[in-house]
Design a protein around this ligand. Structure first.
Ligand SMILES: NC(=O)c1ccc[n+]([C@@H]2O[C@H](COP(=O)([O-])OP(=O)(O)OC[C@H]3O[C@@H](n4cnc5c(N)ncnc54)[C@H](O)[C@@H]3O)[C@@H](O)[C@H]2O)c1
Length: 439
């Protein structure tokens, strides 16, 4: 099949490369000329494990290419994916659909022959109807079907998730479009990945409901962690104790500094707005978003409280800046409000991230960026683990302690290290929901 992927970001590039790897001919289109030029030179504009090799192999096989020109690829395509951004709209938190609608208009003008237009971007219920209306209005003569096919990949494991998904959701009532979608995802049918074919509005809502549910799980365990700290219980054990119940499941029960990233924060807020607009308020999701928002800055206060009487003038080393490991994505990362809170209290911040520092420099000023965890710890009064990169799981603790001030504090916001051992090793150690046992 011939595929045009409109938007070559985290989702468009991964999806485009994977569809090419399935054997389709894919042209990835992006408005960002620098991004396209980099891809044409064989450079990856984002960090995603395995992506460089996958892209290179499919470019070599002449199944994958990149362009800024939308017209030709759209005219030639059997299926066109819209994978542009849907950030929060400034002011009210609704999903900003201007990029989706602009893409729809451009696509409409170039359509040629029956084409399936697939929305892969995360879009509120009813967006497919509007995309259809826009295309129909721009090109009354065009032959097309608009399908919803939300993407569930996780940054950091995106290729595996795309090729071995828990499920694929296809929202369409059009038989011809269903056939095209089945052909596109044929290798997954052969793998027996569950494929849900449903109504377009249902498909759109599945994506938001999934993200809101996951955000709720994280926020739930975060609040339980806070309670554990007050009552002397261990949240890891509580999480294990409830997670072994199959009705609950053990995933997404890891307490931490609050969820961030390019999806959960904006998608929960957009879903809340959809609920309000349709007079079906989602009170649980409203509480989740509010609790999570206050938590991120509260983590700054948690760190400051470990610095003694006055945090002003003290130095904190932050390990991990990206919103999760194995990505360079800094969008809505919890490190941002945490570091801002520390700055507001007069704390000096040093930081290190294995791949996110270039992105971090664009959003975090007044930070001393360092070349590794030990350089980062140099002279620090406290060290905070914000993102659980693999390399932070086995730090040389003696080396770390030597580098730090005489009273070394570690605030482990990902519960990587065993509290007892850390205290034995001479750290003043704090984590999330694992208080020092009361004897
Ligand atoms: N990042 C994730 O992990 C993830 C996972 C699932 C779903 N999603 C959803 O997928 C969508 C895309 O997310 P992303 O993280 O890939 O965004 P992104 O910002 O990384 O990429 C979007 C790209 O679209 C390009 N673009 C915008 N308008 C265009 C146009 N008219 N023509 C051509 N290119 C255009 C931009 O230049 C940019 O490169 C969003 O709706 C997001 O919510 C993201």
């Amino acid at each position: 099949m011939r595929v045009a992927m409109i938007g070559t970001g985290y989702v468009g590039l991964v999806s485009g490369a994977c569809f090419a790897d399935f054997g389709h001919h894919v042209i990835c289109v992006d408005k960002d000329a620098d991004k396209v030029a980099a891809l044409q030179r064989g450079e990856m504009p984002i960090y995603e494990p395995g992506l460089g090799d996958l892209v290179a192999a499919n470019v070599r096989a002449e199944r994958l290419s990149f362009t800024t020109e939308l017209k030709g690829p759209v005219a030639a395509a059997d299926a066109i994916f819209i994978a542009v951004g849907t950030p929060s709209r400034r002011g009210d938190g609704h999903a900003d659909l201007s990029y989706v609608y602009a893409a729809a208009r451009e696509i409409a003008a170039a359509l040629d022959g029956f084409t399936v237009v697939v929305t892969k971007s995360t879009v509120p219920v009813g967006t497919g109807d509007e995309v259809e209306r826009i295309i129909r209005e721009t090109r009354p003569d065009a032959s097309f079907a608009v399908v919803s096919n939300p993407e569930f990949l996780r940054e950091g494991a995106a290729i595996q998730d795309f090729k071995h998904p828990d499920r694929v959701v296809v929202g369409t009532e059009d038989a011809r479009a269903s056939e095209v979608m089945a052909e596109l995802y044929r290798p997954l049918y052969l793998n027996r990945s569950p494929i849900i074919v449903t109504g377009r509005r249902t498909a759109e809502l599945i994506k938001y409901a999934a993200n809101a549910f996951l955000a709720t799980k994280i926020t739930f365990i975060n609040e339980i962690a806070d309670l554990c700290e007050r009552v002397g219980a261990d949240v890891q054990e509580v999480a294990r104790g409830i997670g072994l119940d199959n009705r609950i499941g053990s995933k997404f029960l890891h307490p931490g500094p609050g969820y961030g990233g390019s999806c959960f924060p904006k998608d929960t807020v957009a879903l809340i707005k959809t609920g309000q607009d349709h007079d079906a308020p989602l009170r649980i999701v409203e509480a989740v978003a509010a609790v999570n928002e206050t938590r991120k800055r509260a983590m700054g206060r948690k760190v400051a409280a470990m610095l003694g009487a006055s945090p002003r003038g003290k130095t904190v080393a932050v390990l991990g800046l990206t919103f999760k490991p194995n990505t360079d994505d800094m969008r809505d990362a919890p490190s941002i409000p945490l570091i801002t809170a520390l700055h507001d209290m007069g704390v000096n911040v040093r930081a290190y991230d294995p791949v996110g520092m270039e992105q971090a420099k664009k959003v975090l000023n007044n930070v001393t960026y360092c070349n590794g965890p030990y350089e980062c710890a140099q002279g620090a009064d406290a060290l905070v683990i914000v993102t659980e990169w693999e390399q932070f799981r086995a730090l040389d603790l003696d080396r770390l302690k030597q580098a730090m001030s005489a009273r070394p504090v570690m605030v482990d916001l990902r519960n990587i290290y065993p509290p007892d051992e850390m205290r034995k090793r001479g750290f003043i150690y704090e984590s999330v929901g694992r208080p020092e046992p009361k004897v």
